[in-house]
Design a protein around this ligand. Structure first.
Ligand code: PLP
Ligand code: COI
Length: 346
């Protein structure tokens, strides 16, 4: 809460997905083989050396998480340990030091707690987006790892990611550019993957789509993922499928959705290669999923020069509706958390 224990005076239900400055962020610096103490600070700017590997060679990575307010007023995080593990995996790939899980989660808890007045209230439809990041800083010129690293966590209240709030439909356009190679960095949350996708997103949006859909870079046949979300598909045979690929980000939302589909809806949930052109006729429903995207049903996909509709023309289907209700219900603390996914910020 702010000084007088009140929430900030924001129009919570009107928020989009933009940066709003909150009061505190966490910062810790790694040097000589160890992390320093770490602290909450107020300055949102980072002063780093002009030779820092983060800005030349993209030696940096990040995570994305959300905090929600439950009906009882508790602030809830969703599976933060998995974000910590994913950052460790990315850091290892980019030759950066580990942020241990306890340090990662503790910094998130401290940052959210310190900015409690910015956590959207229950029922507002908004949430607090959390952005942990790890950057290679210090003086450097040649292509080698940084001497120092900064781990930082900042937060911003956000509304829907796509301009189609709630369970509105989105559309995707297959990109002619690849996002990642099978043995490249596609399965890591490295900022470099996103810089390479900016032009693909722009092209997709010029076609009227919300974002780009990438096919596998070897043959351009199998679905990989969208620019900022994984894909799940309900087939007409009643099963739920999601792409198996070495080149996509292992989404925590998708993993949770697959578990909910199996354990709560009794569906067969399978991870396997999905051939877009051959299989689209079998799609009953499709959706993009991720922390920012939540679960956004996909109504149509552009490829080979035309739009291809999925399902019942423009309405969210029953499977995605149920999965959305289950996922968001658990994340907001409205439904029982049978899986031990929530961590309360107390
Ligand atoms: N794929 C990409 C490229 C992403 O940026 C994200 C967002 O984090 C996801 C998938 C979804 O991952 P998660 O559900 O862990 O947020
Ligand atoms: C997230 O969903 O947290 C992401 O990192 C996607 C980002 C491009 C907003």
């Amino acid at each position: 809460m702010n000084a007088d224990g009140q929430k900030q005076a924001l129009n919570w239900s009107e928020l989009g997905f933009q940066y709003i400055k909150t009061e505190f962020r966490f910062r810790a610096v790694w040097h000589d083989g160890a992390w320093g103490e770490g602290e909450l600070i107020k300055d949102e700017f980072i002063a780093i050396h002009e030779g820092a590997p983060a800005i030349h060679y993209a030696q940096q990575c990040f995570e994305g998480m959300k905090a929600q307010t439950g009906p009882d007023g508790r602030i809830l995080l969703f599976r933060p340990d998995l974000n910590a593990e994913r950052m460790q995996r990315t850091a290892a790939r980019l030759l950066m030091p580990d942020v241990p899980t306890e340090m990662f989660v503790d910094a998130v808890l401290q940052t959210v707690r310190a900015n409690a007045s910015w956590v959207p209230p229950y029922g507002s439809g908004a949430s607090l987006y959390i952005r942990p990041m790890l950057i290679g800083i210090g003086e450097n010129l040649g292509l080698k790892p940084a001497q120092y690293y900064e781990y930082r966590v900042f937060v911003s209240p956000v509304g829907p990611y796509y301009k189609s709030p709630g369970l509105g439909m989105i559309s995707l356009a297959v990109s002619e550019m690849d996002r990642a190679a099978p043995r490249g960095t596609g399965s890591y949350k490295a900022g470099a993957n996103y810089a390479g996708g900016l032009l693909a997103t722009k092209r997709a949006q010029e076609l009227g789509a919300n974002e780009a859909l990438y096919l596998d870079s070897r043959e351009q046949r199998f679905i990989d993922e969208a620019g900022s979300a994984n894909i799940v598909i309900a087939l007409k045979d009643g099963s739920l499928v999601t792409p198996k690929s070495e080149a996509i980000l292992p989404s925590i939302t998708r993993r949770s959705i697959m578990t909910l589909a199996e354990k709560k809806l009794g569906l067969t949930a399978v991870e396997r290669p999905i051939e877009l052109r051959k299989e689209i006729g079998d799609f009953a429903e499709a959706a993009a999923c991720g922390t920012a995207a939540v679960l956004s049903p996909v109504g149509k996909i552009w490829f080979d020069g035309s739009w291809h509709e999925i399902g019942e023309g423009g309405q969210p289907g029953p499977i995605m509706q149920q999965l959305y209700d289950l996922l968001v219900g658990i994340q907001k603390g409205e439904l029982e958390d049978n899986f031990g996914w929530l961590v309360a910020v107390d």
